[in-house]
Design a protein around this ligand. Structure first.
Ligand SMILES: [Zn+2]
Length: 480
């Protein structure tokens, strides 16, 4: 599994360009939060018998709901279920603080208490003023380009102001815009991950405010390791099209611009179709028998036999799928010895969507809905990774439109006979499954030559890989 790596990025707020109002606001936000947290810690310590429990390992856990019952009248329950009085009414002590604010402070206080912080009469309150803003919903990071901005600052962070501003008798929250001192280093770091949360901190020694960004950094598999990229084999992309009648068809795109029999492969077993057909016939016959209103007392027997037959059919089916996967993997392994190989499989998303009752032939519909492409895809991926394939070498792309466009000119094709496609504009006829496979491989190459944000995404798993993984494939541009 991919682990999450969280990194912190510190950015200074440009204090020298802050207005007095903003400075005051910042001071109040950070200062007040410190006092609330301190208050919370004292309340927890005072009521520790009621709200704290000890785990088996001897750690202290604070019950947050019980703490809320002691401190907050406001809550998200209905009007009539509200508490009217609480022993320690924080809303009275800090009237301009909202419910969400209190809960954030509460979480920090609970964290501190569980880590061992205890209030002390001789010790001054928590030194470091800190404040946490969770989630991207509550702040925005804005980058203004040079032309649109007449101030020197180009990076701004807009924080939802936690102090209630009253307008027409209802509290609302303004955005507090803060200028940031963002260097090129910071910008590079920001690109490496996604911002999860943000924290405002005041440093007493320098009397300055800092923004701490919590970055979720992309996993290490996103970037290629150096030793693997120095392979001397020629690049190749194998496109695989999963189908119903023919389980899979593959086309290998190599640096040569020519397709021979070596580069085309069908995975197809006649035997399986026969076995499948026989089982289905037997099953349907038995089912019909069972549905009849038969009073002879043999019904029990029929059901038992039906159950047995279904189980056997399932096992046989599974054995055939594994056989099929084995065949595909073997072929891929032989290709991988000669080429620097990438495998791209089409994922037929929404293929069942419009094929409800009355939209196409009944037999075809039944086949379509029994087609287990997801199982085949995951099994194939797993088998390849178990044999030492790197995860970025087996990718999936969405299949939409791949088998209905010409491989030469990209225009729409017609199907004169089943299994063949014909392009009216360039007069080219080709096998329909091979068209699909080839277009799948070309779709991947197209995504590589026009990368969005320099990443290639595996459609099935959602994992993203840096396009630097695939730089060798740039030698296959003649297939586009
Ligand atoms: Zn054409």
């Amino acid at each position: 599994m991919v682990e999450d790596v969280v990194k912190t990025l510190k950015v200074r707020i440009k204090k020298e360009v802050l207005t007095t109002r903003k400075k005051e606001r910042l001071r109040r936000i950070t200062g007040r939060d410190t006092r609330i947290i301190e208050k919370y810690v004292r309340i927890i310590h005072h009521n520790r018998r009621k709200i704290c429990t000890k785990t088996k390992k001897g750690k202290i856990r604070v019950h947050r709901g019980k703490l809320d019952e002691l401190t907050l009248t406001t809550s998200k329950v209905k009007e009539e279920e509200r508490r009217t009085t609480v022993p320690h009414d924080l809303k009275k002590m800090f009237p301009y603080c909202s419910h969400n604010e209190f809960q954030e402070c509460r979480d920090i206080a609970v964290q501190l208490y569980e880590q061992g912080y205890r209030p002390n009469n001789t010790r001054p309150p928590i030194k470091r003023a800190r404040r946490q803003l969770i989630n991207a919903k509550r702040f925005v990071l804005v980058h203004l380009p040079k032309e649109k901005n007449n101030t020197l600052t180009r990076w701004w962070v807009g924080i939802r102001d936690s102090l209630d501003t009253w307008r027409r008798n209802t509290p609302y929250h303004q955005k507090l815009w803060l200028p940031l001192e963002m260097s090129t280093f910071h910008q590079k770091e920001l690109k490496k991950g996604r911002i999860k949360s943000l924290e405002l901190r005041y440093k007493r020694s320098t009397r300055e405010w800092w923004v701490y960004f919590q970055l979720k950094v992309l996993p290490s598999s996103f970037y290629p390791t150096e030793e693997k990229s120095s392979s001397s084999l020629p690049p190749a992309v194998l496109g695989i099209d999963l189908g119903i009648n023919i389980p899979a068809a593959g086309v290998l795109l190599t640096p040569k611009k020519k397709l021979t029999n070596k580069e085309i492969k069908f995975w197809y077993t006649k035997q399986w179709n026969r076995v499948n057909h026989r089982y289905k016939l037997k099953l349907s016959r038995l089912q019909r028998k069972a549905a009849l209103n038969d009073q002879s007392g043999k019904k029990h027997q029929i059901y038992r036999f039906l159950c047995l037959l279904r189980r056997r059919y399932k096992n046989v089916k599974r054995a055939y799928i594994h056989q099929f996967i084995n065949d595909v993997v073997q072929m891929i392994e032989t290709y991988a010895q000669v080429y620097n190989l990438f495998v791209v499989v089409g994922y037929p998303k929404n293929v069942r969507k419009d094929k409800g009752k009355g939209n196409s032939a009944r037999k075809f519909r039944r086949k379509l809905h029994q087609w287990n492409f997801f199982l085949v895809l995951t099994l194939l991926r797993r088998a390849l990774i178990l044999r030492g394939f790197e995860p970025h070498r087996i990718l999936t792309v969405e299949e939409r439109g791949t088998s209905s466009h010409c491989t030469r000119c990209g225009r729409k094709v017609v199907r004169p006979v089943r299994g063949l496609v014909h392009c009216p504009s360039c007069d080219y006829t080709f096998h329909s499954d091979l068209t699909g496979a080839m277009n799948i491989a070309r779709k991947f190459l197209g995504a590589l030559f026009r990368p969005r944000g320099n990443t290639i995404t595996n459609y099935l798993t959602g994992y993203r890989y840096s396009s630097t993984h695939f730089t060798v494939c740039l030698g296959l541009s003649h297939w586009l």
